[in-house]
Design a protein around this ligand. Structure first.
Ligand code: F6R
Length: 241
């Protein structure tokens, strides 16, 4: 694992955006794996600016998002589709048919998981996957568990994650308790992985992920098994390394 330590959120965003833009500029039909959350919004802003300056095109790019809440449809402003539309999709020339995000409204989540895996198998592998990390070490919505879930699947969110996500909702009761997420093998199938994190709340999770025991209790620790992972963090997130 390569660890790059930056001074602040802006520098982390710049460095992550450079990875994304280089992949797309070198491979116009690149397949990207993308996260939502606070960590990547700065990166998306830089990417959108670069597009608006006519320096990059997404015409033939495909995207696969990591996860989606169950029970929120695309028009719900808390859905991850809505987030991605606000932060990226609606600002660049991605074709709607090239945008992939698990359908959290699917009647049969097992079927939806299989569909998503098959789509990725047919169109992938992802050239680069970006990840954030939860305070509890989750990646996507792979929460601390007794075992690693390899493929896309339904999850019950932990109380930690529900509380962390409550900041985006009016009240904690509104936070969905279930989600659909890529599994750790799905994530690891990306050729390259870039994990970004900032702030002291992430410091323990980063230390465990980068140099701790590989355990499903810290889902991000599985990234130590991948050949090409770059962790881009600020000083606070690096403070326990
Ligand atoms: C989001 C996702 C989550 C977040 C993580 C960190 O699609 O998969 O694993 O990356 O919860 O979230 P932020 O960046 O908001 O701290």
């Amino acid at each position: 694992m390569e660890v790059i330590i930056k001074n602040n959120y802006q520098e982390v965003s710049d460095a992550a955006a450079e990875y994304l833009l280089n992949v797309v500029k070198n491979k116009p039909n690149a397949v990207l794996g993308l996260p939502t959350g606070s960590s990547p919004t700065g990166m998306y802003k830089i990417v959108v600016d670069e597009y608006k300056n006519n320096n990059v095109s997404f015409e033939n790019v495909k995207t696969f998002n990591l996860d989606e809440y169950m029970g929120l449809d695309r028009s719900n402003d808390q859905s991850y589709y809505y987030f991605m539309n606000e932060n990226l999709y609606s600002h660049v020339n991605l074709k709607p048919e090239n945008i992939n995000i698990p359908n959290g409204m699917a009647k049969d989540i097992n079927q939806e998981s299989i569909r998503y895996e098959n789509k990725l198998k047919a169109e992938g592998p992802m050239d680069i996957m970006f990840l954030g990390i939860g305070n509890n070490g989750h990646i996507g919505f792979n929460e601390p568990n007794e075992y690693f879930e390899p493929f896309t699947h339904e999850v019950n969110l932990t109380q930690d994650t529900i509380e962390a996500n409550a900041r985006f909702f009016e009240k904690i009761e509104d936070v969905p308790t279930k989600a659909i997420t890529m599994g750790v093998k799905t994530i690891s199938s990306a050729r390259k992985i870039v994990l970004i994190a900032t702030g002291s709340a992430k410091a323990t999770a980063i230390a465990k992920a980068v140099k701790g025991k590989i355990t499903p209790q810290v889902p991000a620790s599985i990234l130590q098994m991948h050949d090409d992972v770059t962790v881009i963090i600020d000083k606070e997130a690096a403070s326990k390394l």
